[in-house]
Design a protein around this ligand. Structure first.
Ligand code: AMP
Ligand code: MG
Length: 488
């Protein structure tokens, strides 16, 4: 099959990657193909469902015009700088321009060792591949910027993790794979020409409008900051905890990337941490905006030396922008929250009203997703489901009265209001205990049906599907605290 691959990154950014071939897999088989995404990319999904797809998505036989490369980057991991990272288990095989004219990267993840693998095997296990597939596609259905999953391939090979696990390969699609850490790699070596080349490429690809600015790199920085503020505000609105917000896992494009030990919270607890490696809670739910800003400070450090002027003055300009992150984030967050709370107009008391309910949810142990979903029913005179999300300690009546008074000022009918709220408050999220069930079936029983079923439920997260109530339920109250592992 002819895929119109292009290679702007490889052609324009010599020195930013190493060419590398995928390691072959034994008896690959296509486990899942994202046919809608394939269509979006202009690829013939009927062909991809056959041998052509298996050869491509396993990396066993890439088309002649593919050009597999491993990109280099550095990164601050949990605050500590590592000067040499890079695609240790992923290969960018080419770019395609989608139906909207947007250039997208196609990358194999788990395709074997690369020059940047360090001690790792370069491979991926089936569980984490399916997990990333489910969670990234769920994220997309929420309308949140994310890398996408195009295909998952299973193999008859094994990878050594805590024990032996079946090997799989994920094909992921992204607006690009340029990370904050990509800039840090060259900045740490003082290679400012390379930083400039990368910035110019990223501006061309992601923020061409910045080229009209007299202050090009500051404008670029502002654009990245805005995208990240929006992204993190979106995560917060669905209770998502990324888990490893290291600078090598933060994209310039503003897409969520690198679904490792991430998870959605059930009960609303702002200090929620899932990752086994995040002992100090650096990347806890409530810290994500602050950590986003911290990462952006690392990007600023890499861009400031691109200016010839007196550095003090340039630093001040970047710091001023960085200081605006909070306001920018809060604005996006409040817009999201207004929609979740059924507010149409903007009132200066809205933030306070939102925070009061969040506080009650925290005190009352409410499920983050269901509390919002059932708030809409309160408009339709059904308070029971909403109130049953809270333990008996909290009294919701005062707050509900204030909320009703606020909502009524917008003049929508109760039905209109509830319908509107139900388009932004999902009923289904990829809940941890369901993901675990699905992965257990796939990995231990070779049964992919639960995975496909969950994917199908997640494809319409805002509509009730009868018979699928179990996907809406939080894990049982007595479940062990959920912990995710990075062995991805
Ligand atoms: P992550 O935490 O997934 O963002 O990965 C951090 C770094 O470790 C990246 O440079 C990855 O390419 C690398 N890495 C993670 N897992 C492996 C593996 N199995 N083999 C080689 N490199 C890996
Ligand atoms: Mg990563």
């Amino acid at each position: 099959m002819d895929i119109a691959f292009s290679h702007t990154f490889a052609n324009e950014l010599d020195g930013f990657y190493q060419s590398c071939s995928p390691e072959k897999c034994t008896s690959p088989r296509l486990l899942q193909l994202n046919t809608l995404l394939a269509e979006e990319l202009g690829l013939d999904h009927c062909l991809l469902e056959g041998e052509v797809g298996v050869a491509l998505f396993s990396g066993n036989a890439l088309p002649d015009n593919a050009k597999p490369i491993a990109q280099v980057y550095a990164g601050h991991q949990f605050g500590m700088f590592t000067s040499q990272l890079g695609d240790g288990r992923a290969l960018l095989i080419g770019e395609v321009v989608d139906g909207t004219g947007t250039r997208r990267d196609i990358q194999l993840k788990g395709s074997g060792r690369t020059p940047f693998s360090r001690g790792g095997d370069g491979k991926a296990a089936l569980g984490p591949v399916l997990r990333e597939y489910l969670v990234s596609e769920g994220m997309h259905q929420f309308g949140i910027a994310t890398t996408r999953a195009l295909a998952a391939v299973g193999t008859e090979d094994w990878v050594a993790r805590e024990d032996l696990k079946p090997r799989a390969v994920l094909t992921r699609v992204s607006a690009s794979h340029i990370r904050v850490g990509s800039f840090e790699f060259f900045a740490a070596k003082g290679e400012w020409d390379q930083v400039r080349r990368l910035a110019d490429y990223a501006i061309d690809r992601h923020f061409p409008e910045a080229k009209n600015s007299e202050d090009l790199y500051l404008q670029f920085f502002k654009s990245v900051l805005r995208k990240q503020a929006k992204l993190i505000a979106d995560w917060m609105s669905v209770g998502f905890v990324h888990g490893v917000m290291n600078t090598d896992n933060m994209t310039i494009s503003g897409e969520t990337i690198d679904y490792g030990p991430c998870a959605f919270m059930d009960r609303y607890v702002p200090s929620t941490v899932f990752s086994s490696i995040d002992g100090h809670g650096r990347y806890a739910y409530e810290n994500q905006p602050k950590m986003g800003q911290w990462n952006l400070a690392q990007l600023a450090k890499a861009l400031i030396p691109l200016y010839d002027e007196e550095q003090e003055r340039v630093i001040q300009r970047f710091v001023d922008e960085l200081d605006r992150f909070n306001d920018c984030y809060e604005t996006f967050w409040l817009d999201n929250m207004r929609a979740k709370f059924g507010m149409v107009s903007k009132d200066k008391g809205d933030g306070e009203l939102v925070k009061q309910l969040l506080e009650l949810m925290h005190q009352g142990g409410a499920d983050f997703t269901l509390a919002f979903r059932y708030l809409a029913d309160v408009r339709l005179d059904d308070e029971l489901k909403f109130k049953s999300q809270f333990n008996a300690v909290v009294n919701l009546d005062d707050w509900l009265a204030r909320w009703a008074e606020r909502i009524e000022r917008d003049g929508q009918s109760p039905e209109e209001c509830a319908d509107r709220m139900n388009t932004v408050n999902p009923i289904y999220i990829p809940r941890n205990h369901k993901i675990e069930e699905v992965l257990d079936a796939a990995v231990n029983r070779n049964d992919l049906e639960p995975f496909r079923m969950m994917l199908s439920v997640m494809s319409e997260p805002y509509s009730y599907k009868s018979g699928h109530e179990e996907y809406a339920e939080p894990s049982p109250a007595n479940a062990e605290p959920y912990i995710t592992f990075c062995g991805t």
